[in-house]
Ligand binder design. Structure first.
Ligand SMILES: NC(=O)C1=CN([C@@H]2O[C@H](COP(=O)(O)OP(=O)(O)OC[C@H]3O[C@@H](n4cnc5c(N)ncnc54)[C@H](OP(=O)(O)O)[C@@H]3O)[C@@H](O)[C@H]2O)C=CC1
Ligand SMILES: O=C(CO)COP(=O)(O)O
Length: 338
């Protein structure tokens, strides 16, 4: 019999808590780490994450800690689930802990703010020699913690590590697929958040179901164009990491990025909308990094560009829509695509 994997889940918000609960239920010896010692003690006592997932009871097998060094020291592998703006800082802190874990996975969606660097690039630079993997796909934390059926995908350049992570996550109501296209998987997860703002805005303005479907489809086209220019595989973006997550986030009201768009479309200010949501809204960080990459590679992304201008409050959602509709007519696809 193989020994149970010891996993440290680093980041105790909604997604970190849901993934830690899932891993513990599926038999991994799991510790959830959060930076707030009092909150972690309360979680251990009540078996609830009162701030981020108040309605769900967490499994008795799950352990809690605010001691990062101990978590890293005792783990076989790590799973980072902080927002993207905290990712680099945590990777540096992990590096300072040493540890004999052989792989680090992350379920964060986004880029390193300010540089446009992919998260896997940050991990490779700071933790050379450790296998890396991204966990992504259409997966609302609340549904996962409630045991509703979900499918995700785990991409790594080290297939043994993708398999190990997927094996620990996989279970009766949770399918974990594997792949090797880390860049494509990360790009899909990051871009869908930006595109969800656009469909949210359209829905907030009551523009109808045709507009929503048009935005999702042309958004997928933007994802494919940038992805292929960067060397991603089109299949990745047509799969769970791209189309799957795009559909979920553009249509599901559990999405915080969609809810931001809905609020903006109804005339609420950016500041107020983000405050009302009260959790991370990755598109606010991600949109500039998506456009930085697009500009660097000469790829035109009209929807993402207009989301950027709306999020910078340079134009109103109404002006953004008018400008998008006024664009020149053209073929649906370039001749050679993707
Ligand atoms: N929620 C979901 O359904 C899904 C989320 N994701 C992705 O997972 C990532 C995390 O999102 P999610 O859990 O939802 O976010 P939440 O807003 O629910 O929680 C954020 C968590 O990150 C912690 N945090 C913030 N800054 C730091 C820091 N500097 N060091 C350590 N911890 C920090 C917060 O701690 P504190 O409370 O102390 O501020 C909090 O525990 C995002 O990239 C998101 O896109 C992916 C798939 C699904
Ligand atoms: O990534 C997610 C679902 O796959 C969660 O989306 P939001 O961050 O928009 O809530």
């Amino acid at each position: 019999m193989t020994a149970q994997a010891r996993v440290a889940v680093l980041g105790a918000g909604s997604w970190g808590t849901a993934l830690a609960a899932l891993l513990a239920r599926h038999g991994a010896l799991t510790t959830l780490w959060g930076r707030d010692a009092a909150a972690m003690r309360a979680m251990a006592q009540t078996r609830r994450n009162r701030r981020y997932l108040p309605d769900s009871e967490l499994p008795a097998e799950l352990a809690y800690s605010s001691d990062l060094a101990a978590c890293v020291r005792d783990a076989d592998w790590l799973l980072v689930v902080t927002p993207s703006h905290a990712f680099g800082e945590l990777i540096d802190a992990i590096a300072a802990c040493g540890g004999r874990y052989d792989g680090i996975a992350w379920a964060t969606k986004g880029f390193e703010p300010g540089t446009g660097r992919f998260l896997h690039e940050r991990v490779e630079e700071t933790l050379p020699g450790k296998a890396g993997a991204v966990v992504t796909g259409p997966s609302f934390a609340r549904e996962v913690v409630d045991g509703l059926p979900t499918a995700v995908t785990v991409h790594s350049e080290s297939p043994w590590f993708a398999q190990r992570v997927a094996d620990s996550l996989h279970g009766p109501a949770f399918r974990a697929y594997t792949g090797t296209d880390v860049l494509g998987a990360e790009l899909g997860g990051a871009m869908k958040n930006v595109l969800a703002v656009a469909t949210g805005v359209a829905d907030g303005m009551n523009l109808g179901l045709n507009a929503r479907a048009g935005l999702i489809t042309r958004g997928l086209n933007e994802m494919l164009r940038l992805g292929v220019a960067l060397g991603a595989r089109a299949e990745t973006l047509m799969g769970l990491a791209g189309l799957g997550d795009l559909v979920l986030t553009c249509t599901g009201d559990l999405s915080r990025n969609r809810r931001l768009g809905l609020a903006l479309g109804r005339g609420v200010s950016l500041r107020q909308a983000v405050a009302d949501i009260g959790q991370v809204v990755e598109s606010v960080q991600t949109v500039d990094e998506v456009m930085r990459l697009a500009d660097r590679h000469g790829v035109e992304l009209p929807i993402a560009r207009h989301v950027q201008r709306v999020l910078h409050e340079e134009i109103t959602p109404t002006e953004g829509l008018r400008l998008l509709l006024a664009r020149e007519q053209k073929p649906e696809y370039p001749e050679h695509f993707p």
